[in-house]
Design a protein around this ligand. Structure first.
Ligand code: LIP
Length: 346
């Protein structure tokens, strides 16, 4: 196991093993190549039909396109996963973002770059939103155009500690709906996937939520975040206490994307979290809904992909029970304009 030591109080960068060396943040160095592609080159079959601008002009997405995109998403996730695995037990160069619990490594940045390039080659007109690109200063912008939403390493803290729950999360939004999604546990080699309207799968086998409606029979997954303000700590303790008094227990894998997959495959019944971003939620939202689950905001309202929070459950009844007892922790949304995802039936 790598040891994590903060080697200089004046620097935000440290190494998980061996000697410390100060480096310029690779985020800044990589920015130009990580800017989303808005190229108009069009040499791919799907791009000729999905470029809707106005709702009335939106072209219907076909099954063939979904299959093509899902295949590409799985290929990208496996390719990224190989990179993540090969770096997993090696020394890592770690940079702090907003706090000592909010980290980024060279692997996060390299993998995001690699995945962007992969999709750019296949789908030159598609756009991108990525965790590390956003951290480097590119604003989140979701239009009707096909847009890949990517978290290269969901669970960076886990990755830094070599705790084996680390996911590559990839989703494609078209007309502001998630059409395909994959969440890949790169260390344990488990692939969750979904295409809109066709169900959710784990390594090719169909999965579904448990369907539980009673909190007394529910495992609850959530994150108790470190280094919060006293008020936020209070809210966290309130929520944990109230759920511990009602449910069967609380779990956390340390990755939002894999936490969501536990609801989708019926291993747990409720998941909620405040402060997460669209790249943490996009793949899981589709996978849970395609598995028959419910995805809402933490107040029990419609789920906003840009709203920085999620409440997912195995049934609407359970979701509303939990929503009614939660103390909320509001964050600045990823975009001012909300993006409400419809269910596959709409
Ligand atoms: C992290 C999540 C984690 C959540 C953090 C963060 P990252 O993503 O997966 O579960 O609690 O807020 O979003 O930064 O490791 O990709």
């Amino acid at each position: 196991m790598a040891t994590c030591e903060l080697l200089s109080s004046s620097s935000s960068q440290y190494s998980t093993m061996g000697k410390f060396s100060i480096q310029k943040s690779p985020v800044i160095d990589q920015l130009p190549e990580m800017v989303p592609s808005h190229s108009n080159v069009n040499n791919n079959v799907d791009d000729t039909t999905v470029t809707g601008k106005q709702p009335s002009e939106r072209v219907k997405v076909t099954e063939e396109q979904r299959l093509l995109w899902l295949g590409a998403a799985k290929e990208a996730a496996r390719m990224a996963g190989k990179e993540v695995r090969s770096a997993f037990y090696r020394e890592k160069t770690v940079t702090m973002k907003s706090s000592p619990a909010d980290l980024v490594t060279e692997t996060d940045q390299n993998v995001e770059k690699m995945v962007f390039s992969f999709f750019r080659r296949k789908f030159p007109t598609h756009r991108f939103i990525g965790e590390e690109t956003t951290a480097a200063g590119v604003p989140v912008e979701l239009t009707d155009d096909p847009t890949w939403i990517i978290d290269p390493i969901d669970g960076t803290n886990n990755f830094v500690h070599s705790f084996p729950f680390v996911a590559v999360a990839i989703a494609l939004s078209v007309n502001r709906e998630i059409e395909v999604a994959v969440t890949y546990n790169a260390i344990l080699d488990v692939m969750y996937s979904a295409a809109r309207g066709t169900g959710a799968f784990r390594d090719g086998k169909r999965i579904s939520v448990s369907g539980a409606t009673d909190i007394k029979e529910s495992l609850i997954v959530t994150t108790a975040k470190s280094l919060l303000t006293p008020q936020k700590m209070e809210n966290t303790f309130h929520n944990l206490r109230s759920l511990l008094e009602q449910g069967r227990g609380i779990r956390n894998l340390g990755t939002a994307a894999l936490n969501m997959c536990q609801i989708a495959e019926g291993a747990a019944e409720v998941y909620f979290e405040f402060g997460i971003h669209c790249w943490d939620m996009a793949s899981g939202a589709l996978i849970i809904r395609e598995a028959g689950g419910v995805v809402l905001d933490t107040a029990g309202g419609p789920f906003n992909l840009m709203g920085r929070c999620m409440l997912a459950a195995s049934s609407m009844e359970l979701a509303q029970t939990v929503a009614s007892g939660l103390r909320h922790d509001h964050k600045k949304p990823d975009t001012e304009e909300p993006v409400f995802l419809r269910s596959a039936k709409d």
